[in-house]
Design a binder for this molecule. Structure first.
Ligand SMILES: Nc1ncnc2c1ncn2[C@@H]1O[C@H](COP(=O)(O)OP(=O)(O)OP(=O)(O)O)[C@@H](O)[C@H]1O
Ligand SMILES: Nc1nc2c(c(=O)[nH]1)N=C(CO)CN2
Length: 175
């Protein structure tokens, strides 16, 4: 498995520093990093706004599970604590594995609760789709279709309208 799209988000503490730490920890595998967006909280409204971005990562040696391990390692390094009572609650750093392509460029589909691929809620999340679209205008979420079409769905309109680009907060050259 060699290529992955990772979503990074933070809404506690120094949000930009947490995102930068994720990019730094991913190291040379982080090939492209999107711009940063300020986004309304999804799934649990009573929490601060998030900063979100997307990383396109590549490593010929990495399995799909390796991407999950790397995502978890980033979260742990940034002091992520889980509140079992709040599924979509606030966090210093969230790193989700959105989709993985194998060495032959085929998308990986996996229905395993430990690692579901593509990420089961990615198609509902403007904070994932919009920064990914910036990096891949012709991109598609395997199993769901073109990013641009997913973002145009009526259910995402309010989230798209409420998110703001933050060009003042760059993650570039962090990889
Ligand atoms: N594609 C995936 N990316 C990341 N974690 C996943 C994925 N599929 C399943 N998981 C599992 O989900 C568990 C919970 O992850 P986490 O606490 O980050 O969820 P969350 O960020 O609160 O919600 P969400 O997964 O909707 O973003 C992880 O321990 C992981 O094993
Ligand atoms: N805007 C936004 N909302 C979220 C985010 C996130 O990264 N950005 N992550 C969550 C984790 O499940 C829950 N809600």
């Amino acid at each position: 498995m060699s290529r992955a799209v990772l979503s990074i988000g933070s809404n506690l503490g120094d949000r930009l520093a947490h995102l930068r730490a994720a990019v730094t920890l991913l190291g040379g595998s982080a090939r492209q990093v999107s711009g940063v967006y300020e986004t309304p909280p999804w799934g649990d409204p009573d929490q601060p706004a998030y900063l979100n971005a997307v990383v396109i990562a590549q490593d010929p040696a990495a399995t799909a599970h390796d991407w999950l391990e790397r995502a978890r390692a980033c979260e742990t390094a940034e002091g992520r604590e889980r509140d079992p009572a709040r599924r979509f609650g606030p966090r210093t750093l969230d790193v989700d594995v959105i989709t993985v392509w194998d060495a032959d460029g085929r998308p990986v589909f996996r229905d395993d609760p430990e690692l579901t691929l593509p990420h089961p809620r990615a198609h509902l999340r403007a904070f994932v789709l919009r920064p990914w679209l910036d990096l891949r205008p012709d991109g598609a979420l395997p199993g769901h279709g073109p990013l641009a079409a997913l973002l145009a769905a009526p259910g995402l309109a309010a989230d798209v309208a409420a998110m703001t680009s933050r060009p003042d907060l760059s993650l570039e050259s962090m990889g």
